[in-house]
Design a protein. Sequence first.
Length: 128
Amino acid sequence: MKRINFLIILITIIVMFGFTFCEKTPKCEKENYGTVTVANETGKLLMVDCRYSQFPEVSEGEFILQNGQSVSWNRKPSAQLMLSGAVYYETGSPITGPEVMTFYTLSQCETYAFSWVLYKDDIILPRD
């Protein structure tokens, strides 16, 4: 009887340690992506986009961000990304300020965050 109790306790301990040390593969590793987060710190409306530089004509959508807002994209790693932004005025035209681009190569499971800031007038600059 003592042996059975000892075996039950030993098996319980082994199972508990097995669950404790079992690591799950992160979703970003399974699905092979990294995350880019862009924030607007310009004090103005800002249009932002994130495209692969190999296919600059392909966009998954541009976003209009209020000051203080941000948007995130999941992107495949190792490809160079083209991040663009422009001050946006609600005049009906798509871009009213000069468009600025910066490039970045993302790693798997990396979270890259940066902000667009106002340089002067309608000129924006990226800030890491």
